[in-house]
Design a protein around this ligand. Structure first.
Ligand SMILES: *Cc1c(COP(=O)(O)O)cnc(C)c1O
Length: 421
């Protein structure tokens, strides 16, 4: 493939014909007959919830990611809340996190009455910068919530060491990894899930594996796992099926929990989806390689960086525009791509810039790396069931739009008009 389209095409936003007839979303689930059958079987069984599919899914999931325990939750957000509770977060405590994430990562700190403290990200990965974190760790820090942005693992070893270094001043903060983007990602040869003190996953339909809504916390710590199990079930110390099997009615509520249980219906879907995870990850990695190759010669497009010690899972494919080389801003390029029927998106509006956070923030701090990245980010479609044609359409549309707005494109356009006259 040549770096430039052979002739300049009129953009759809200027009345030309779009690259695609129908909108390609940025992410979506894929379900097959085996998934549907697995759900139907549960619907015909005795247990729609609190039944045997839950432990089965949790055990298989823990094994797949390489963690000792997995505790399912009704969503990734509920799972984050469980992790914040299990870490012991409460009023007066602080937890350090990244502004470059979905707001749920920071919200779960607020659910516990604790204070989120943002730290800026590294320019290459847009993951928490350990140097920035180290400036903010104090005796009040109870947890560090790292996010594996786009599916690229955070600097887990460095962040874990930072947390441990706090130990002399009391109990060391826990490292909680929000791996909602990163199921299947590898960090220094190991899958994420068994590395941080707790790792959180989401099973929303745009993620690698879906249960409709759903989430999971994995940990190697049996005490954390027990707290996580109680918290998702009203704080009750035993589960309904254990009591039924033991012929007992007695139970005790020992902490103030929630009903954050995942159903057997959802877990059956999760088990069936888990079978295809390896293949889906391979597909996402292949699409990524194609994107990176296709945009290599475009100085206006910065593709996501990959550090040497990781193998990302690619939930997203966020490019950054080199706005200095373009005659239009991110907004116009975004609209031009949408007009071509490419369902681009932006991940993320930095959390501290949302009105809820702005109005309550006492800190005047800014996070220049995250804020600069936000101005330039565009997420391209990325999901495992993208067809060869879908990938080609994205490449075609981005080249078409960027070429139009590039200095080089503008010159070429002039040349062509002159030649054709
Ligand atoms: C998806 C996501 C969540 C929330 O997960 P839900 O299952 O939608 O509640 C949290 N953090 C990040 C980084 C996510 O991408």
């Amino acid at each position: 493939m040549s770096a430039l389209p052979t002739k300049l095409e009129t953009l759809a936003i200027h009345g030309g014909s779009p690259v695609r007839e129908r909108l390609l979303p940025y992410g979506r689930q894929s379900l097959n007959d085996a998934d549907i059958q697995a759900v139907v079987e549960v619907l015909k069984s005795d247990w729609l919830t609190t039944g045997p599919k839950i432990a089965e899914f949790e055990e298989r999931f823990a094994e797949w990611v390489g963690a000792r325990h997995a505790v399912s939750y009704s969503s990734g957000t509920a799972a984050l809340h469980g992790a914040a509770f299990a870490a012991g977060l409460g009023p007066g405590d602080e937890a350090i996190t990244t502004p470059m994430t979905f707001c749920a990562t920071a919200n779960c700190i607020l659910y516990q009455g604790a204070t989120p403290v943002f730290a800026d990200v590294s320019p290459d990965t847009l993951n928490l910068d350990p140097k920035e974190v180290s400036k903010r760790v104090s005796a009040r820090t109870k947890a560090i919530f790292a996010v594996d942005y786009a599916g690229h693992p955070a600097a887990l070893d460095e962040l874990g060491q930072l947390a441990k270094a706090q130990a002399p001043q009391g109990q060391s903060p826990l490292l909680i990894e929000d791996a909602c983007h990163a199921l299947g990602a590898e960090y220094r040869g190991k899958r994420v899930g068994g590395i941080a003190d707790m790792t959180v996953f989401s099973f929303h339909p745009v993620k690698h594996l879906t249960t409709g809504e759903g989430g999971m916390v994995t940990t190697n710590d049996a005490r954390l796992a027990e707290t996580l199990r109680r918290f998702r079930n009203h704080g009750i110390s035993s589960e309904a099926r254990q009591r039924q099997e033991a012929g007992q009615w007695f139970y005790e509520m020992v902490l103030l929990g929630f009903n954050y249980r995942l159903t057997d219906i959802a877990c059956a879907l999760g088990l069936s989806q888990l079978e295809k995870l390896d293949a889906n990850l391979a597909r996402r990695r292949a699409i990524t390689a194609q994107y990176a190759e296709a945009f290599r010669d475009f100085s206006a497009i910065v593709v996501p960086a990959v550090r040497e010690d990781v193998n990302p899972a690619w939930h997203l494919y966020p490019i950054r525009l080199n706005l200095g080389t373009l005659s239009a801003g991110r907004g116009e390029i975004f609209r031009a791509l949408r007009a071509e029927n490419i369902g681009v998106n932006v991940h993320y509006i930095p959390v501290h810039q949302h009105p809820y956070y702005r109005e309550r923030s006492k800190s005047k701090e800014s996070y220049p790396v995250a804020e600069d990245a936000y101005e330039r980010l565009i997420s391209l479609p990325m999901f495992h069931s993208m067809t060869v044609q879908d990938v080609e359409d994205v490449i075609h549309a981005l080249r078409k739009v960027v070429t139009h707005y590039e200095g080089k494109g503008a010159r070429l356009h002039l040349l062509e008009t002159r030649q054709s006259k």
